[in-house]
Each structure stands twice: as C-alpha cells, then as structure tokens.
Design a binder for this molecule. Structure first.
Ligand SMILES: [Ca+2]
Length: 288
C-alpha cells in the first residue's frame, strides 16, 4: 500500500459532465491505499481462504426482480460485446448483455477464463463482494473523497491523473478506448480489455490504474439524479441502492465518454457485476 498524506484539494470539475459539478474544496486525513486495483490473483486467495461466493455466482431471488424474465434469473453478470458496426449509442443493450455463467473467474461467460489474467484487476464483483474482500484483508473501501484525492496524485485541478493533456507526447497514460465506441477498438494503448495492473505510469503518489482499466467501487452512496451514461451500463433501477464508482475503464472512449478522470463519477447499482468494474482498498489510522 502507499501512504497518501492528508491535505486539502479541489474536488470535482466544472469542465465535463454535470454530475461532477461544482468544484469544491475538501480536506482529507492521511490514509493508506492499495497501489493498484485488487487483482484476480489476490481475489483468488480471498476465495480460497474463505469459500466466498460472489453475487454473480448466486441464484437471483424472483421476488427482488418481479419484472425480469425468469429465464434470466440465473447466476450471471453483464458482459460487454463490441458491435459489428455503428449502433444507437443511447441504448446500452447494443453492447451489454446479461450472460449466465459470467463471474470473476469467467468474466466473459462460461467459455472464458482468467488463467492468463492473474495480474489483471478482478472484475464481475458487486459492491458487497468488494466489501467482503476488504473486510477479509483488514481494510476498507475508500470514500469518494479519499479516492479522488489519491487519484489526483498531488496535482491541483487537472483534468487527468497526470495533467491536462490526454496523451502527452503521444503516450497513452491509461487503459481507455481509442476509436469509435462500441465497435472499433483501435487498441493504441495496447489493450482491448483490462490490462495487468501497473502497465501504465503511476501518478504523483505512486498509484497505478487509478483511472482507466476498471471503474472502482467507493463506499459512498450515490444520491444524484442525473441520467446515467449508457456506455457505463444499464440505467438505474430506483429500487436498488447505488454506490459511487470512480475512475472510468477500458471502455471509456474519449469521443463518447471521457470518464477516465479523477473527477468522473457514476452511481452504480450495488447488485451489478460487470467486466469493467473492480475496486481497491484503503486503511485508515484508528481514531483516538
Ligand atoms: Ca484499451
């Protein structure tokens, strides 16, 4: 883990999406934070130690999903599938599909695996899965304020975790999506999906993959009412509580969804597991 010194910072951004406004000054106490998202390998040790079964691996209770097709009430998760060409960008179903059998060991469904992805961020983890891992590790999930403060790496008011330029000197600084979403993934950053943690430069605090690669759960409830960006997944079901996710992912296309930035935020339903959401943990000093 990396020690992040306490201090004040400008949180949010007035330059991008409404849910990030207004910029406001926030004070944060020092804390420790994982240098990278929790990996598949680390999550594997947690499951081996505890026998934990993730939300995506459990049967769904029909009482909780009265409107759902019973055929879909089987264990599974949301899987991204690129379209074969341009599609209606307002309909998430053009690239997201609920896939029976998809889970953290099989992120794209039963025919996929993670044998070569031990150092990639774990995905297909719902909020309570992240919480359970954190508790096992003797850690906690970050608040949104802690997360954004850490992601900024000591820079003040910059668009990205490394400054204001998207690709300084032509260098890709995070795993996002280059090309036309959701069909043309040019992979100028070298990766079509997730990437091994640490494949991109660390920020000013020595933290890797704070932005891009996978969105990360925070412990803060999302109470805003903004329209969810369809690239990030299904629209909110008001009956399901939401938590704030931060950092954007390998599916963030600058032409469509410029959210691999410290200020970017979305509200994610706590029961959602997808291939572009993971998490990292923090440790706080005990209060006297
Ligand atoms: Ca990429």
């Amino acid at each position: 883990m990396v020690a992040v010194p306490g201090g004040e910072f400008l949180m949010g951004s007035d330059a991008f999406y409404p849910e990030e406004r207004p910029v406001h000054r926030v004070a944060v106490e020092g804390f420790l934070i994982d240098a990278a998202p929790v990996t598949v390998g680390q999550f594997r040790r947690f499951v081996a130690d505890t026998g934990y079964v993730t939300v995506a691996e459990r049967p769904l209770d029909p009482a909780l999903y009265p409107d759902a097709d019973p055929a879909l009430l089987v264990p599974g998760a949301l899987v991204f599938r690129p379209s074969s060409g341009p599609v209606d960008l307002s309909d998430y179903r053009n690239w997201w599909s609920y896939t029976p059998g998809a889970c953290w060991t099989r992120p794209e469904g039963p025919r996929s695996d993670t044998y070569t992805r031990g150092r990639h961020p774990v995905t297909q983890v719902a909020y309570e899965d992240a919480e359970a891992y954190a508790a096992w590790a003797g850690k906690a999930l970050p608040t949104e304020e802690e997360w954004e403060y850490a992601a900024r790496g000591g820079l003040e008011g910059k668009a990205f975790a490394w400054g204001d330029e998207l690709a300084p000197g032509g260098r890709m600084m995070a795993n996002s999506w280059q090309g036309e979403f959701p069909w043309q993934n040019l992979m100028q950053d070298g990766y079509a999906g997730t990437s091994p943690v640490g494949a991109f430069p660390a920020n000013g605090y020595g933290l890797h993959d704070m932005t891009g690669n996978v969105w990360e759960w925070t412990c803060d409830r999302f109470t805003g009412g903004h329209e969810r960006s369809p690239c990030c997944g299904p629209p909110a079901d008001e009956r399901i509580p939401r938590r704030i996710i931060k950092g954007g992912s390998h599916l963030c296309a600058p032409s469509y969804c410029l959210r691999f930035r410290p200020a970017a935020r979305q509200g994610e339903a706590v029961d959602t597991s997808t291939g572009h959401i993971g998490f990292r943990c923090v440790m706080r000093a005990p209060r006297a």
